[in-house]
Design a protein. Structure first.
Lengths: 300, 401
């Protein structure tokens, strides 16, 4: 009875189409991850955002955000932004050159060694990092002493570890290796054949770099630099251990507002500062994502 | 579940039940120690000690062993009463203590807290006195009324004065705060933290102010002094911690007197010679730190015994003097045998809150020499209200020092 059977199947069409079912299965498979992200990422961010719009009495208010543009927070914001930019640039250039030299000249073995060392160094941070530098490059540090023996008195020439530039030096300890890690794949993707093709067509080495190599690497370089910016912008424990608040930075200010023994009634201001940092990081990450998408196209 | 296991579980729970019944039956079956508000309602010292011993544990929070001789206080209490003490985050802040009470799960709740006056004001200002349980220690009446709540919700325990810790190699040896600007000390002077975050460095700025023509109502000259020292390179922004001192990161710091004996001993063990002097140009006393019992304390009897112990004026035996034979006496006798917390603070260089009472009753032991207020010196002490004003000035000036 073909007729009835076909009419039957038409009448009891499946509850979900194949595509919907597929999406549903994917959703169930993803559920653990989504729940995890929801609990540990989205919920806290939501709570912080909501509290940041509340004054001390718990009422809706923009006072926390207007405080950001007042002293001393304005200075802290400016200093944090400049520290992050300077640290990103001063690490991106040597780190980029290093990545290029290792990828283009180094042996397979050297590349592997550098990759694992960079992995360790890029994750060194916090109070131990500050302590390492204080022990080495403090006024009485071992490296300072050795340099003095060699006739170079870094403190005599005005350097101080506990300054803006001191922080730049300390941050470079994890920033340069991070650059090597992030930038190496891009250099690796720069194929030898392209250089050969350019040379065959009569390009000089210089022409290859200005017309082909550099334009190809630049997006990756820029996106890696933005990543370094975000990393320096959010660094907290090292800065706290090395500046005692004498260099105003947004992360240390948040720490003082939340966990200080002196100021107790500005928790929501701390949350507004955190939100503003999220915004800055997002603004820095948007071009990163756009550039990343562009540069992926030719790496394929 | 098989039959054997059922039997085993039943037997075990019956045994546990019988142990619990026999242990709790005799004396204090009716006493709920979480509601006890003084020694009398606890049924006396013997009953309190017995109940605390049965709990067997005490959760304290943010007590560094070096700080005001708390290491000895914990050792002695633990040894005398057989109570295991857990110290959560020894280097944490007062804010951490309050946050933990508000948010931590039951098992991680502290039994007692030791917080700064600013933190206390934060709690009271937010109408959260119910965070703490009311309990009046036996010596409650002797605590100056300025430094206790009428209901026994909180009370001051000890305070300190700001002094100069310095490495013996420093020449010339500093004797007053104004000395710290000496060009010979370039790259040597540090604070124990950020004065906008820590009470100790905050008070150090007050001390610098008094030494430079300021007062407890005018902290600005202290900030100017640090600005001058920063510009000359004398003041370095590293934290004055024992590790940094041993690493040679700084040589001179302004610290509480009650932290100096512990730091000196630690430095000696590391082969360093640390010295301490009370500055001749400013004797600045901090406001007392505050004791309170957590309303959610997991060990209610041990928490109350700890407070009785901290406010005891006994001269008694220290943790090293206490012998095994001593432990056999009754709870109240044992309590009277051991050194009280107030004198433990004294031997750490701190000023106990009951000092006046102890002088009158001749129960005060002599602390280490050279760590306390020189006789005849004028003592400056900013009130909590003055500190609120000072904090506003410091938090706007310090970040742009």
């Amino acid at each position: 009875m073909p007729k009835t059977s076909s009419s039957l199947s038409r009448g009891s069409a499946p509850l979900w189409s194949a595509a919907t079912r597929k999406a549903l299965v994917a959703l169930i498979a993803l559920a653990p991850l989504l729940i995890f992200i929801g609990i540990f990422f989205l919920a806290p961010i939501g709570a912080v955002v909501i509290d940041s719009f509340r004054n001390n009495d718990g009422d809706f208010s923009l006072v926390n955000f207007s405080d950001i543009f007042k002293e001393p927070i304005r200075t802290a914001m400016v200093t944090s932004l400049s520290l992050a930019s300077v640290s990103a640039l001063t690490a991106a250039i040597p780190g980029g050159i290093l990545a290029y030299l290792i990828e283009s000249r180094g042996s397979q073995k050297l590349r592997r060694i550098v990759a694992s060392i960079s992995g360790v160094l890029a994750n060194t941070g916090g109070v131990p990092l500050a302590f390492m530098f204080i022990a080495a490059m403090g006024a009485e540090g071992s490296a300072t002493g050795l340099l003095k023996l060699a006739g170079i008195d870094i403190y005599g020439s005005g350097f101080s570890l506990y300054s803006f530039w001191g922080l730049v030096v300390v941050y470079s300890y994890f920033q340069i290796p991070m650059m090597v890690i992030v930038f190496s794949p891009a250099v690796h993707g720069l194929r030898r054949e392209w250089a050969e093709a350019a040379m065959t067509l009569g390009a000089s080495k210089r022409q290859f770099w200005t017309r082909v190599g550099f334009p190809l690497l630049f997006p990756s370089f820029l996106s890696a630099t933005l990543l370094l910016f975000a990393s320096a912008f959010s660094a907290y424990a090292t800065a706290r251990a090395m500046t005692n608040g004498t260099i105003p930075l947004v992360p240390t200010m948040i720490g003082n507002l939340l966990d200080g023994n002196v100021i107790f009634d500005e928790v929501n201001l701390a949350k507004a500062l955190a939100v503003s940092m999220v915004v800055v990081t997002l603004v820095a990450m948007v071009p990163y994502l756009i550039i990343q998408r562009k540069s992926e196209r030719w790496q394929k | 579940m098989n039959f054997k296991r059922v039997i085993a579980v039943a037997a075990a729970s019956a045994f546990a039940l019988s142990v619990a019944v026999t242990a709790s039956a005799p004396s204090q079956a009716a006493v709920n120690f979480c509601k006890v508000t003084d020694l009398k309602s606890a049924g006396g010292m013997d009953a309190l000690v017995a109940a605390a011993k049965k709990e067997g544990k005490l959760n304290v929070i943010t007590l560094p062993r070096d700080w005001a001789n708390y290491g000895e206080a914990m050792d002695l209490f633990s040894k005398a009463f057989g109570i295991k003490i857990t110290d959560d985050n020894p280097d944490g802040s007062s804010a951490y203590e309050i946050q933990t009470i508000k948010t931590a799960p039951a098992a991680k709740q502290p039994d007692v807290v030791d917080i700064g006056v600013s933190a206390l004001n934060g709690v009271i200002g937010a109408g959260q006195a119910k965070l703490f349980a009311n309990y009046k220690v036996a010596n409650f009446a002797a605590i100056p009324s300025k430094w206790k709540s009428e209901t026994g919700n909180w009370y001051g325990d000890y305070n300190g004065i700001i002094g100069i810790s310095y490495d013996a190699s420093v020449a010339p040896a500093p004797t007053k705060i104004a000395d710290l600007a000496n060009p010979a000390y370039k790259g040597m002077v540090a604070l124990t933290g950020d004065p906008t975050a820590g009470q100790e460095p905050f008070m150090a700025v007050y001390a610098a102010s008094v030494a430079n023509g300021g007062s407890v109502t005018n902290i600005k000259p202290g900030l100017d002094f640090f600005k001058k020292m920063k510009d000359s390179g004398n003041f370095i922004a590293t934290k004055a911690t024992p590790e940094n001192y041993i690493a040679g990161a700084y040589k001179i710091a302004l610290t509480w007197n009650f932290n100096a004996p512990g730091m000196i001993a630690g430095a000696k063990a590391a082969g360093k010679n640390l010295k301490f002097v009370i500055p001749s140009d400013a004797v600045l006393a901090g406001t007392p730190y505050i004791q309170a019992i957590n309303a959610k304390a997991p060990h209610c009897a041990a928490a109350r015994l700890w407070e009785e112990f901290l406010y005891s004026e006994n001269k008694g035996k220290t943790s090293t003097q206490l012998t095994k034979a001593d432990l056999k006496v009754s709870g109240s006798k044992l309590f009277n045998l051991i050194r009280g917390g107030q004198n433990i603070f004294v031997s750490g260089g701190a000023t106990p809150i009951l000092q006046a009472d102890m002088v009158a009753k001749k129960t005060l032991i002599s602390g280490p020499t050279g760590f306390n207020v020189p006789s005849g010196a004028k003592v400056y002490q900013p009130t909590p209200d003055q500190q609120v004003d000072g904090k506003t000035v410091v938090s706007s000036v310090w970040p742009t020092l």
